[in-house]
Design a protein around this ligand. Structure first.
Ligand code: SF4
Length: 300
């Protein structure tokens, strides 16, 4: 039994769990390749125009896999933390793909409530029973997947650079180097280090986000706002770069909330979609990093 897993959206964060779970059940896992021009073009071809580019790219990964597997796993993630939600596009992703791409194989689409272990385990049994009737094996697959995920640390922290920026955005924008046009490599070449939210304790992030007039109920918003505010407030970075997706409602709100909070702290928003040109992207990046370098020289 071959299960296709698209390398898009939160695959970057949770692939250890997904891949190990299905492999431990005895399935052969087929992954789509890293995002490339072809995947993007396929995504743009199939997906509705109004969607953000990460959703279009996800469609491209599904289109790549559709004839190469018996099932496709589309994680219908509903919740990651208690009393919080994630973007509604994740909840409707299965229907979007099914209605946009013809001849899709059967989709593993059970909703994932990962706000506590009990709920996540329920999901594992609902899905696992389709592949293996032995509940001991499902239980073992769940524990193996969980252990692998817990032992995995995503995120970036370049310690050696003198100047460092806090890099903010959805994981699929930060860790997909095709979508962000190799941003981290470009920054490193300019002598700038980066740090991402995974390298700051969740308690600091939460404490900062609780200072808002109302705690954000979107998990992505809470993380981005809390991380950006914490880094600026404590001068733990020299500037903030926020990679946002064109047409993302969450980004449009959070960018302004962070800007209001950090006031004159250096802040650059890089908005990406399938039309973003690399030349303009580089110019803005160079101008911003020049400014950070001048500031650093003034301090010395
Ligand atoms: S959070 Fe924004 S970027 Fe992510 S899927 Fe939703 S609309 Fe797209």
């Amino acid at each position: 039994m071959r299960i296709g897993i698209p390398k898009g959206l939160l695959f970057y964060k949770y692939h250890k769990f997904y891949v190990n779970f299905f492999q431990s059940l005895g399935a052969e896992v087929v992954l789509s390749p890293d995002t490339n021009k072809n995947i993007l073009n396929e995504g743009v071809k199939y997906c509705v125009d109004e969607a953000c580019v990460p959703i279009k790219i996800f469609h491209g990964h599904c289109a790549y896999l559709k004839d190469k597997c018996d099932f496709i796993f589309i994680p219908r993630i509903m919740k990651l933390y208690e009393n919080e939600y994630i973007c509604p596009k994740f909840c409707g992703l299965v229907e979007m793909v099914q209605n946009s791409i013809p001849n899709m194989p059967p989709i593993i689409s059970e909703p994932i409530y990962a706000d506590n272990l009990k709920n996540l385990k329920k999901w594992a049994f609902k899905v696992g029973i389709k592949f293996n009737k032995n509940i001991l094996i499902i239980n073992k697959a769940f524990n193996t997947a969980l252990k692998n995920q817990q032992g995995y640390r995503s995120g970036l922290n370049n310690n050696k650079s003198k100047i460092k920026v806090a890099l903010i955005g959805h994981p699929y924008n930060l860790y997909d180097s095709y979508i962000n046009m190799n941003l981290v490599e470009k920054l490193n070449k300019l002598g700038i280090g980066v740090i991402t939210e995974e390298h700051v304790g969740i308690s600091y992030i939460n404490k900062e986000s609780e200072k808002l007039f109302k705690k954000p109920f979107w998990t992505f918003a809470r993380n981005s706002y809390g991380f950006g505010s914490y880094m600026a407030e404590n001068k733990l970075a020299d500037g903030i770069i926020y990679i946002s997706s064109f047409a993302c409602g969450i980004d449009s709100v959070v960018v302004d909330l962070i800007k209001n909070r950090v006031e004159d702290f250096p802040f650059l928003e890089l908005k990406i979609d399938e039309q973003t040109g690399e030349a303009g992207f580089i110019t803005r990046l160079e101008a911003f990093t020049d400014m950070l370098k001048r500031k650093e020289a003034e301090v010395i």
